[in-house]
Design a protein around this ligand. Sequence first.
Ligand SMILES: *[C@@H]1O[C@H](CO)[C@@H](O)[C@H](O)[C@H]1NC(C)=O
Ligand SMILES: *[C@@H]1O[C@H](CO)[C@@H](O)[C@H](O)[C@H]1NC(C)=O
Ligand SMILES: *[C@@H]1O[C@H](CO)[C@@H](O)[C@H](O)[C@H]1NC(C)=O
Ligand SMILES: *[C@@H]1O[C@H](CO)[C@@H](O)[C@H](O)[C@H]1NC(C)=O
Length: 348
Amino acid sequence: MEGVVAMFFMLGISLSHLVTGNAQTYFDVGKFGAVGDGNTDDSPVLGKILAPSVDARGTFKYDDCWLCFKHVDGLTVDGPGQIDGNGATWWTKVPISERPTALHFHLCTNLRLHGLTHLNSQKNHISIHNCSGVSISDLHIIAPSDSPNTDGINIALSSQLLISNTFIGTGDDCVAINGGSSNINITSVTCGPGHGISIGSLGEDGTSENVDQVHVTGCTFNQTMNGARIKTVPGGTGFARDISFEEITLIASGNPIVIDQHYCDGRSHHCQDQENALAVSDVTFSGFQGTSAAVEAINLDCSKQGCRGITVNNVNISSSVGKDLRVVCNNAYGTSDSTLPVVSCLLS
Ligand SMILES: *[C@@H]1O[C@H](CO)[C@@H](O)[C@H](O)[C@H]1NC(C)=O
Ligand SMILES: *[C@@H]1O[C@H](CO)[C@@H](O)[C@H](O)[C@H]1NC(C)=O
Ligand SMILES: *[C@@H]1O[C@H](CO)[C@@H](O)[C@H](O)[C@H]1NC(C)=O
Ligand SMILES: *[C@@H]1O[C@H](CO)[C@@H](O)[C@H](O)[C@H]1NC(C)=O
């Protein structure tokens, strides 16, 4: 119980300071909560923040994150508050390497984020890093379409995560799912503007990364740069598998369906295959309906090692600008059924 009281105290004090203050704030709740000596009952540290509106004003010394939580079990951050990173003062003046994520969770379990509005973050709005058991719902995440690197929710090394009923319109990925992530469900998310819902990029600089069991259902891509996307970098190892995007509404979405295994983080496009490649398998795109702003509606560009078990069905995409749409496949193995445009390039 002492841990709980201490945490409430600490969070209360720190968040109210933030309303007027500018410092980076790190909440290492592990220090106050779990004892971990084998004798003490380390029952979950339960806490709840009724978040007030906080506003990053003036300047503060850079670190990785602005509001940072570490080692918390059972924390709820509930609205209706507003977390405003005042990104406009950062985006053009401060290089990406010196801009913080607005709200960062590291090594958290049983985390719940609900109801808040997140505005104009300096870099990512929310990062979920090495957490498990995370429920995110009813958020509004908003930044201009041209704000750089302002991912909505960026996930890495995390499992058992659900994002639902959330609006994300920013200048980068609405949701990015990075290596080490598993059992991620995303449902009823409206994305746009933004770069879509992305898995990866995985395997950068020859790393080994795995992502599996990602299910995206009932989402809308509204004037996004991309829609449903998996991107891997040549030379990496690991896998991206058991991934589905289903019942997706497209409103003038750019590149609605993309597997890009020749992704090199903007440094070069269509970079060369290497000896190693991530294994992409068991990926389903089903129930896509609406319009594409790009001519290439479906691009399944796999490494020379190939992608297996690709399913494309019940797709009805037309052009938002009256053009004929194209489907491109490269080393993609799988099946398709009832699709417009017709997908005839999958290998069996
Ligand atoms: C943190 O990451 C490690 C390594 O991937 C993993 O074994 C551990 O379960 C993760 N912890 C949480 C809380 O997700
Ligand atoms: C995700 O959805 C699958 C299939 O409906 C379900 O089995 C799994 O428990 C869900 N996981 C989370 C974290 O919501
Ligand atoms: C799509 O985005 C436009 C421009 O932001 C907006 O006016 C429109 O209401 C959105 N449509 C849906 C269905 O969300
Ligand atoms: C595809 O969608 C368009 C626009 O909603 C609709 O008019 C058309 O009937 C649909 N075609 C099929 C085969 O479902």
